[in-house]
Design a binder for this molecule. Structure first.
Ligand code: PLP
Length: 412
């Protein structure tokens, strides 16, 4: 339960605020923050949301082990909570592996899911016993054969997908083409490496869940190819990421279960199916609050400057075309005025803090009249936000505080 989580290693002793109502308003009202802290941007990490997401995953995909994709949000408290909830981890670099091992997660709960790894990172994986990694090139086979011969491999394939299947397709950079499968399997055999299975990623924010079905069928074909080549039996299917936590998830899970059943289950007992969800766990677990640090009125137009932007947590606008929602949160000088009660709204622009005009967070949105020092609150800000922000103009994304909360409405 969420209360057991509070005592988990890595979280024990941390301040976790139980909120009697949902959300930031209650947190600010609980006076956990000093006025100066409200002037800085900050995240709320809702452990209640995370627990209910893990419950949702386990209920819908009970036999698919989630390897959380650390790149999506490597917040230490978040990683600790996921580890305590039994997640395994997809790491893309030496530093990500180090972060997970520091949580006393065993190396066999890590997949090194970066198809192209630096030699030093491969040597590190070998030294700490991370023995499962993805590949999609002959060069990678050679590197792994040389530096980590005990490593089992997952051949990452590029599923053939229609345009528009995912908001962020990954196929231009990753995955073996169908005609590359045989030479890659042969190269692995020649290097005496065990190819334990197949992985794919149908893209981030999957819009058409049937994409998983085609990819699972393609993976099965690779299992058959390995058998035809007389290679050791494969036993891992890695269905990658791309999941969102909304209502579509149930349909996605049903499609995946049916496809695994159709293409694998009956003939391949002992198959281990794993996934690499990032956004599914991170996105809705985090809420971001930014302070309005400046304002300009031009006729009926309102322009606001906030202290986070596209070079910070909101880089997801540029990289992932993420739609942001801003909830206005007015404060008076000494007390918090929970909502902007004014009915009248104005066409408003919200700028980030840097000197680049590109640093514009919202254009032509409707907001009530806001004042300097009020807050704009952005829900669902956990995926590819803080993880990939910079220090441009001296605004350090890495310095943004994260406060732990539990909202009871969803905690179970
Ligand atoms: N696995 C790999 C190899 C990835 O590159 C990514 C994202 O880029 C993920 C998993 C996580 O994807 P998502 O956040 O869409 O679930």
């Amino acid at each position: 339960s969420v209360h057991a989580l509070i005592n988990a290693p890595g979280l024990k002793g941390k301040t976790v605020t139980s909120l009697s109502r949902d959300g930031l308003e209650d947190f600010v009202m609980s006076k956990n923050l000093k006025t100066q802290e409200l002037e800085e941007p900050f995240f709320l990490l809702d452990l209640g949301t995370l627990v209910s997401l893990m419950n949702k995953w386990t209920r819908s995909l009970p036999s698919i082990q989630p390897f959380y994709a650390v790149k999506c949000n490597p917040n230490p408290a978040f990683l600790s909570a996921l580890a305590a909830l039994g997640a395994s981890f997809d790491c893309a670099s030496k530093a990500e592996i180090e972060a997970i091992l520091a949580l006393r997660v065993s190396a066999d709960r890590i997949v090194f899911a970066n198809t192209c790894k630096a030699n030093a990172h491969i040597r590190y994986a070998a030294s700490v016993g991370v023995n499962l990694a993805t590949f999609d090139s002959i060069e990678e086979v050679e590197k792994i054969g040389r530096w980590h011969p005990k490593c089992a491999l997952l051949l990452r394939i590029k599923p053939l997908l229609d345009d528009g299947v995912a908001r962020l397709p990954l196929g231009a950079k990753f995955g073996a083409l169908p005609e590359e499968v045989v030479p890659l399997l042969q190269a692995a055999r020649a290097a005496r490496l065990y190819v334990a299975g197949v992985s794919f990623h149908v893209g981030s924010v999957v819009l058409d869940s049937t994409a998983y079905r085609g990819a699972i069928a393609a993976a099965r074909a690779v299992f058959d190819t390995a058998t035809e080549l007389g290679m050791a039996k494969m036993n891992i299917l890695d269905i990658g990421g791309g999941f969102t936590a909304g209502s579509q998830f149930d349909e996605t899970a049903a499609i995946i279960k049916a496809a695994v059943n159709t293409y694998f289950d009956s003939e391949l007992p002992g198959l281990r199916v794993i996934a690499e969800p990032g956004r599914f766990f991170a996105e809705t677990s985090f809420t971001l609050a930014a302070n309005i640090i400046g304002k300009r009125v031009r006729g009926t137009l309102r322009e606001y400057w906030i202290n986070d932007g596209i070079y910070g947590s909101m880089n997801c606008i540029i990289h992932h075309n993420a739609p942001l929602t801003a909830i206005p949160f007015a404060r008076t000088s000494n007390s918090v005025n929970p909502t902007c009660r004014e009915a009248q709204t104005y066409i408003s622009t919200v700028f980030g803090p840097t000197c680049d005009p590109l640093d514009t967070v919202l254009r032509e949105c409707q907001l009530p009249e806001m004042q300097v020092n009020d807050l704009l609150v952005f829900p669902n800000m956990g995926a590819y936000t803080a993880a990939s922000g910079s220090s441009f103009n001296g605004f350090k994304t890495s310095a943004i505080a994260t406060h732990l909360v539990i909202t009871p409405a969803i905690a179970n």
